[in-house]
Design a protein around this ligand. Structure first.
Ligand code: 1GP
Length: 235
């Protein structure tokens, strides 16, 4: 079974997937540090995502290699830039920033990354990435130079997700941005879930068991949590 088929099966069977995002910026490439980090994440974790807005491939590669020694969980790249592509991971969320109109993150980064992917054995999971307002300016907004979509404009968010599905994306990722003040609302997640057929990933600003439960109840197939475990503020 491919990693994508596993995500798809989880969606159809109503199983909850939990991905912990490791941003190499807040991570030390040291055995003891990585071991302690993995020990504090929830036991129901199903995937590790690795990526960030500002790192280069050497750092990412070292982090992935270290994590591979310590966990059997699938390691999926979540690159903020094509230079973060490393063949050492298992799969890659190949993101297109559909909420913005900056061609660099809609297609140009993907063109630059394509030859590296072809040389690797990474499983590619084409993902429509939609940046939603989470109450503060986040790194994605800054780096991509695009504005997030307002949570009030549910119709536009749904149409963007649908356009992603119809252009062949295999997943939709609703992103409030790392360290967002508040996550993507239940109403937005529900609205998107009701209209698309592909798996739905939700992340950004989820720091509590309650917020995690809300995201699943609303229809998230996979929830992504980064900051809460990086900064030890999970409640
Ligand atoms: C960011 O969705 C992820 O890309 C996780 O966000 O760091 O706020 O958990 P947090």
């Amino acid at each position: 079974m491919t990693f994508y088929q596993h995500i798809q099966t989880a969606q159809t069977q109503g199983r909850r997937l939990l991905a912990i995002l490791i941003d190499p910026d807040g991570f030390k490439v040291e055995y003891a540090f990585a071991k302690a980090y993995l020990e504090k994440i929830p036991s129901q974790t199903t995937h590790i995502l690795v990526g960030g807005s500002t790192n280069a491939s050497q750092t990412i590669e070292a982090v992935v290699e270290l994590l591979k020694q310590l966990t059997v969980l699938p390691i999926i790249l979540f690159p903020g830039d094509y230079t973060q592509i490393t063949p050492k991971a298992d799969a890659i969320l190949f993101l297109s920033l559909l909420s913005g109109r900056n061609s660099e993150y809609l297609i140009n980064q993907q063109v630059k990354g394509a030859p590296y992917i072809q040389k690797s054995r990474l499983e590619v999971i084409p993902t429509g990435y939609i940046l939603i307002d989470g109450g503060k300016e986040t790194a994605v907004q800054r780096v991509s130079n695009t504005l997030p979509m307002s949570q009030k404009n549910r119709e536009a968010i749904v149409n963007t997700a649908l356009a992603g599905q119809y252009t062949g994306k295999k997943c939709i990722y609703l992103e409030a941005g790392s360290g967002a003040m508040y996550p993507v609302s239940v109403a937005v997640v529900k609205a998107v879930r009701e209209h698309i057929e592909i798996p739905l990933i939700v992340g950004g600003g989820i720091r509590s068991q309650k917020a995690l439960e809300d995201a699943y109840q609303a229809g998230a197939t996979m929830v992504v949590i980064g900051t809460a475990f990086e900064k030890d503020c999970w409640t």
